[in-house]
Design a protein around this ligand. Structure first.
Ligand SMILES: Cc1cc2nc3c(=O)[nH]c(=O)nc-3n(C[C@H](O)[C@H](O)[C@H](O)COP(=O)(O)O)c2cc1C
Length: 197
């Protein structure tokens, strides 16, 4: 098992997978990594649906995915990741205790939408926890956001208050890509007192 530092270094987006299944114990460890993620006021809005079955996967590929992304059909596990917006409603049973002072005043869809950026930010943290855990277990992953989220939700039968964020593909890598380019430290670190144009 890789350390966190090793997993951060080694991780790549994988777009070729071997057909070998992902062991159930590994999937349990990956989901546990998501469950332990931090979130504002501990809302924990992340929800996951594991899709392995061919027919549902094909419906997603044909009805929701944008462009040619053959890695989705190849991946032995596709985790659909989304955000439960009801966890942002003040006093709701899905909202954590103590979070009543901030949140949506009702379950009205327009009101819930205001919390979508926060909800998806928290879910994205949980997704990247899964990515790093999978990498440390020797698995490959790929985020797939190039899709029509509304169509995906419809195909999956998700209610309107659970918004799809991304697919996460998981499986044994059948490629070993070079690291992809990154900005330099100078390009991302603003100096103290630096004025921006
Ligand atoms: C939020 C997000 C959405 C992405 N969506 C897609 C996608 O739809 N299809 C895909 O093949 N890769 C997708 N990627 C992978 C990126 O292309 C990849 O992370 C980036 O090019 C850097 O390469 P690396 O992950 O190997 O370092 C996505 C990554 C992130 C974080």
């Amino acid at each position: 098992m890789l350390t966190v530092a090793e997993a951060i270094q080694k991780r790549r987006s994988i777009r070729k997978f071997k057909p070998d299944p992902v062991p159930e114990e590994m999937m349990a460890q990956i989901l546990e990594a998501a469950r332990l993620a931090p979130s504002g006021t501990n809302r924990q809005p992340w929800r996951f649906q594991i899709v392995k079955e061919g027919e549902l996967k094909n419906k997603l590929i044909e009805g929701a995915v944008i462009g040619e992304q053959p890695q989705i059909a190849q991946a032995p596990v596709v985790v659909v990741c989304g955000s439960e917006l009801l966890s942002f409603v003040k006093g709701h049973k899905l909202a954590p205790p103590g979070s009543e002072y901030f949140g949506a005043d009702s379950e009205d869809p327009a009101e819930l939408q205001k919390f979508l950026p926060d909800a998806h930010m928290y879910t994205a943290i949980a997704v990247e926890h899964m990515v790093l855990m999978a990498t440390s277990l020797g698995l490959g992953t790929c985020w797939v956001q190039r899709m029509r989220f509304g169509q995906a939700a419809k195909i999956l039968g998700w209610p309107r208050h659970i918004a799809v964020l991304t697919l996460l593909l998981i499986g044994y890598a059948d490629e070993d890509p070079e690291s992809r380019p990154r900005l330099s430290p100078d390009q991302i670190l603003l100096k103290e007192g630096q004025t921006l144009e």
